[in-house]
Write a protein that binds this ligand. Structure first.
Ligand SMILES: *Cc1c(COP(=O)(O)O)cnc(C)c1O
Length: 356
């Protein structure tokens, strides 16, 4: 296994002063992790170096054909001043799933965890300590070979950058307004929906822009074939509480397998609930609403943890869920997962990985 060389910055940046007003993904820490891949040689030259712009050949393949994958995770500062990661193994296993789909060479999961731990340790003063703040971590891979023919590249860069981020919600969990997207689709089975790759986001921008124009924050995607079954929301998976049932769309080959989703299911099952992973049609959700059984709807993802849905619009029909307020179950799940992440309660074995 290769060693990680460390070159510390000689010009540390000024850290943002007001931790409570740190916008998401706008400031970056002093260092970044970089490792190169060359065909025949494999991944090599792992290093932590001062954060700086990249020099890329204008013919670098990522710029032309979108061969790129990424991950999103956080480092959390506990009340005792320690720093935790949450299930980093899941992020790098998923990165390899994305790699496989995009024909990018696999990474060693344990080595990636070491790399993140070392980078966060080097930049530990960039992990904010105000309540509900964290250091957002963005590992990603780009194809760097200069070549204009379409094929998997023979050279890549694996990079990790860190962005200190303020609380996602400033005044408690704020329910969002979303609508069901009826024109565009995000992914289809056999496509790249199961991979965390930039192209999926590029193709969702037009739908998001239209949603914003109408006063909605995101769209709820339906399956790309029948436009009947619920898939997910932007960068979040989705759950429903319909009467006594908790359900979420099953992983069907076009949905991204969220780590928050997986963790919520585990937490619920450990508390004796059953979570049904199944096909959920939009008609079923409307019917449940009409019967007064659509108790809660919430999205799950690393950034927000839980995002309660207060308003769900389908065509001309506007449904207000739980009076537009966060539901009991959503709040409970948010509290439980964040308590585990910030080290206030013990989670299942292996979920929390201490950095320093
Ligand atoms: C990252 C992502 C999610 C959420 O995954 P987490 O691991 O919970 O952060 C859901 N859907 C899409 C499309 C995503 O890119």
């Amino acid at each position: 296994m290769s060693q990680i060389r460390v070159e510390l910055t000689k010009a540390p940046k000024q850290k943002p002063q007001d931790e409570n007003n740190l916008p998401f993904g706008c400031f970056y820490s002093d260092h970044m992790f970089v490792m190169d891949y060359t065909e025949g040689q494999g991944w090599h030259d792992a290093r932590i170096v001062p954060y700086a712009p990249l020099a890329l050949d204008p013919a670098a393949m990522c710029l032309h054909y979108g061969q790129e994958v990424f991950e999103g995770m956080k480092a959390y500062r506990t009340a005792e001043g320690k720093i935790n990661l949450f299930r980093p193994d899941e992020n790098f296993k998923r990165l390899n799933v994305s790699n496989q789909r995009l024909c990018i060479p696999a990474l060693d999961v344990d080595f990636c965890i070491e790399a993140v731990k070392k980078l966060v340790e080097v930049d530990k003063d960039w992990v904010p300590s105000a309540p509900n703040t964290s250091l957002y971590i963005r590992p990603f891979i780009i194809a760097t070979e200069p070549h204009l023919g379409v094929k998997p590249a023979s050279e890549y860069k694996f990079i990790i950058i860190c962005a200190p981020s303020g609380p996602y919600y400033k005044e408690g969990l704020n329910p969002v307004k979303i609508y069901v997207e009826e024109n565009y689709v995000r992914a289809v089975k056999g496509g790249t929906g199961v991979a965390k790759t930039g192209g999926n986001y590029a193709s969702s921008l037009a739908a998001d822009a239209e949603a914003h124009k109408q006063g909605y924050s995101q769209v709820l995607w339906l399956d790309g074939i029948e436009k009947k079954y619920i898939e997910e929301v932007g960068a979040m998976n989705i759950f429903f509480k319909i009467g006594d049932e908790i359900c979420t769309p099953m992983l069907n080959g076009s949905i991204l397998s969220g780590i928050t989703r997986k963790s919520m299911i585990a937490v619920l099952e450990s508390e004796g609930y059953t979570v049904n992973e199944r096909r959920i049609s939009i008609e079923e959700v409307i019917a449940a609403y009409e019967k007064g059984q659509l108790d809660e709807v919430f999205g799950t993802g690393t950034a927000a943890v839980i995002s309660p849905v207060g308003t769900l619009k389908v065509g001309e029909k506007v449904m207000t869920i739980n009076g537009g307020k966060i539901g009991k179950l959503s709040q409970h799940l948010y509290d439980t997962l964040t308590d585990i992440q910030w080290g206030r309660i013990a989670g299942p074995k292996g979920w929390v990985v201490e950095v320093c």
